[in-house]
Design a binder for this molecule. Structure first.
Ligand code: ATP
Length: 376
């Protein structure tokens, strides 16, 4: 029997609310995409992934069965299947609850994690008008809910966005227009405010008043994202992108005569490909450095999330004091949205094909998972 990741029993798995009504701070979902063009061109292609309920099963060539139980399993392999999970369903299950949490004042983070070409960008951003992903849907719903809150609860609402990429541990503003003499975008630094926590110094932020406003910025940000070709996916993203929404709600209590404000931060993150350097054919020195930095951020993120999950599983009885947020720029920047008063959701994207089984298994074993089982 393959060892369970942390020994927690299967039945401990729960969605946002557990049996006692406590909030789980981390929700984990797996999504399997259809075969891609390259996989279909391979005569020996075989589907090794299946799903049942919230369980994902991967069958190795030698017949070993690996079972993983998470909060959700999304079957996006074939639309003919009755359990097919399209973009809307994935959004409704994973991101919509975060929107409600944000309006309640929680900070939230949603990450897409997986190897290059497994469907992270497809899930987070989508493709064209037909296959709209999580970020545009979230923004559309956000403005709808904001209007309702203004009309019904007389709440003043402001929405501010920013969009950065972290490439090689360097932070670049995807919406800012400033350039260095060399024509390159300047590298920004994370600083820590004693009360407000970490922030990116010099980052451009925009107040947005409608979905149409935000749509323009998303398009611009996507165009700016640094991409580099790898052996596995020509448009492979070698950077993490973090789309941040700051939602500020202010209500004036007439009888008290003063304003109550709550501010929540929502981070929607498309992580860089998680594949190993050898498989991604990362050959030159520059690429090797990239790989090391990508893995450093992903490794730190895994450690941080797993420590926070451990803390949350103990209902706060065990306080872990040394969570290594500052070990990578990604986790440092997201510190306030990962720990404390926050909700985190991970979508692990995987290929269905036998040719990617090792990466699929490593994605499913990523240490974000405190509630998983991998057994014969
Ligand atoms: N659920 C899905 N349904 C249909 N097609 C999908 C799905 N997920 C991914 N694809 C297709 O697979 C290809 C790779 O997906 P995508 O670009 O999202 O991968 P990625 O994980 O973001 O890769 P990278 O790390 O290189 O950015 C795209 O052509 C996309 O259309």
């Amino acid at each position: 029997m393959d060892k369970s990741q942390n020994g927690l029993p299967f039945s401990d798995n729960a969605s946002l609310e557990d049996k006692e009504g406590n909030d789980n701070s981390v929700t984990v979902a797996v999504r399997v995409r259809p075969f891609g063009q390259r996989e279909l061109a391979d005569k020996a292609v075989r589907r090794v992934v299946s799903m049942c309920g919230n369980e994902t099963t991967v069958t190795s060539d030698n017949g070993t069965i690996h079972r993983f139980a998470y909060d959700f399993s999304f079957w996006s392999f074939d639309s003919e299947n009755g359990d097919f999970a399209g973009q809307e369903l994935v959004y409704n299950r994973l991101a919509q609850p975060l929107l409600s949490r944000a309006f309640e004042g929680y900070n939230t983070c949603l990450f897409a994690y997986g190897q290059t070409g497994s469907g992270k960008s497809y899930s987070i951003m989508g493709q064209g008008n037909e296959k709209v992903g999580i970020i545009p849907r979230f923004c559309k719903d956000l403005f709808f809910s904001a209007q309702q809150a203004r009309d019904i609860k007389q709440v003043k609402i402001s929405v501010e966005i920013s969009f950065v990429e972290i490439y090689n541990e360097k932070i670049h503003d995807l919406l800012g227009s400033s350039k260095e003499k060399s024509g390159k975008k300047p590298t920004l630094k994370v600083r820590e405010h004693p009360e407000l926590g970490p922030y990116v110094e010099g980052l451009t932020t925009f107040v947005v008043n409608s979905f149409e406003d935000v749509e323009g910025w998303i398009t611009l940000g996507n165009k700016s994202r640094a991409t580099a070709a790898t052996g596995m996916n020509d448009k492979s993203s070698r950077s993490h992108s973090v789309f941040t929404i700051v939602l500020a709600q202010t209500k004036t209590e007439m009888w008290e005569g003063h304003d109550h404000s709550i501010t929540s931060k929502i981070n929607l993150v498309d992580l860089a490909g998680s594949e190993r350097q050898s498989q991604a054919m990362t050959i030159s020195g520059e690429r090797l450095r990239e790989g090391a930095n990508i893995n450093k951020s992903l490794l730190t993120l895994g450690i941080v999330i797993s420590l926070l999950s451990e803390q949350s599983a103990q209902n706060g009885r065990k306080k872990i004091t040394c969570i290594p947020y500052r070990d990578s720029n990604l986790t440092w920047l997201l510190k306030e949205s990962l720990g404390g008063n926050s909700k985190t959701t991970m979508i692990a994207t995987i290929s269905p094909a036998n040719s990617h089984i090792e990466e699929t298994l490593s994605t499913l074993r990523y240490p974000f998972c405190v509630n998983c089982i991998d057994k014969l």
